[in-house]
Design a protein around this ligand. Sequence first.
Ligand code: MV4
Length: 482
Amino acid sequence: MIKKILVANRGEIALRIMKTARNMGIKTVAVYSEADRNAPHVKFADEAVCIGPPPSNESYLLGDNIIKVAQELNVDAIHPGYGFLSENAEFGEHVEKSGMIFIGPRSHAIRIMGSKLAAKDAVKKYNIPMVPGTAEAIKDVNAAKEIAKDIGFPILIKASAGGGGKGMRIVENSEEFEDQMKRAISEAENAFGDGSVFIEKFVTSPRHIEIQVLADNFGNTVYLFERECSIQRRHQKVVEEAPSSVLTPELRKEMGEAAVKVAKACDYVGAGTVEFLLDDKLNFYFLEMNTRLQVEHPVTELITGLDLVEQQINVANNEKLSFLQEDLKITGHAFELRVYAEDSLNNFMPSVGKLEVYRPPSGKNIRVDDGFTEGMQVPIQYDPMLSKLITYGKTRNEAMQTMLEAISEYKVEGVSTTLPFGKFVFEHEAFRSGNFDTNFVKKYYSEEKLKAINEEEAKIAALFALQQYLKDSEKLRLPKTL
Ligand code: MV4
């Protein structure tokens, strides 16, 4: 039985994991860098240990040191959160060899899914739809060029060891092919230490739909429906929702069952996510599997009523899933807006500084997962995500309306945030109608547009203030000139 968990992470996700652990009667240990000494996850934990200076490669990424700390404090299990050590197969192995439980899948699954080519190879006997392309690393550029011609341009070169859009290259025609291929291989070599690349047909305007799966150690695997993650900027997700407004119940079942097969193909255990592309004809294609708890897991929690961290801990405790696929259903609609300390009017530059004012919204159907409080400094060493603003409603419209109200109630001063950008998305006709794909931001967003909207709103606000002044001036006999 797990009685004490060390969370090898920081910020909102460390806090979010500890809250569930505490609700389950489990003790928590925080680790922190010198930059996070006063962070909420440190204050919340039952015990906390400083693991080094601010840079993550001298603190949060030092797996063996974290394991040593865990052993000294008699920890039973380590939860890695997302990012950092979460998809590091060796770390998971070291945790288990040191006599503790790694809250995540076995290293075997992490390794397979860490390589896109190994992932394709593992799932191929399960009849999972995949984008037309090569199944193996390209060795002969000329042979690959012939395959590319057969598939038809544009094609995409992907690095097997890449992920989340890293190491991708679009090739428009066969003349560019050889040159682009050579560059892609040397780039992959440099970035990942693995020059394996493959090609796929480029799907031009896809949606990004991912399926949450959950598996126990007894062969039970279920899908917890989809998340629509098409609203992203430079491969950084900005808004996620569940369910997707384009999936029919039949397609949902088909994709869900495909995701379960992907999980089974790598003997998956715990919570994981299977990524698909969906083209404009609603054909879906398996892309990759993320072997961790994802940032956007809360939208799935809101529509299923499950606590995914609780499920992860139960599975890690070797419990059987307490429900079957047919027990699960979608209730209502949920959105997540990632709020970054970035300036959406200045090329999304990180905006670090002190949170002079920090007042997140609260109320029915509003959830804020954050790791900041007023007065804190936003550190420059880490991801600039301030919080996740999550709303729920019986319908998509209701959840959107609540999101817009929550955005306007969210008060942050001292740093710039992407809240105005979020408002832009939630007010946009293409987003509201559900008629969008992964090109949404590129297609519709510009700083000029956001500035124009802001100015328009400032004018309206000024007019209201003037109207109010004129009304008051009647009653109070104030001068009518300003
Ligand atoms: C693609 C694609 C189009 N065609 N593969 C980007 C992240 C990585 N997981 C896979 N990605 C893509 N793969 C083929 N064959 C387009 C993307 C893509 C994308 C995918 C999901 C969400 C946002 C995206 C933005 C640009 C490109």
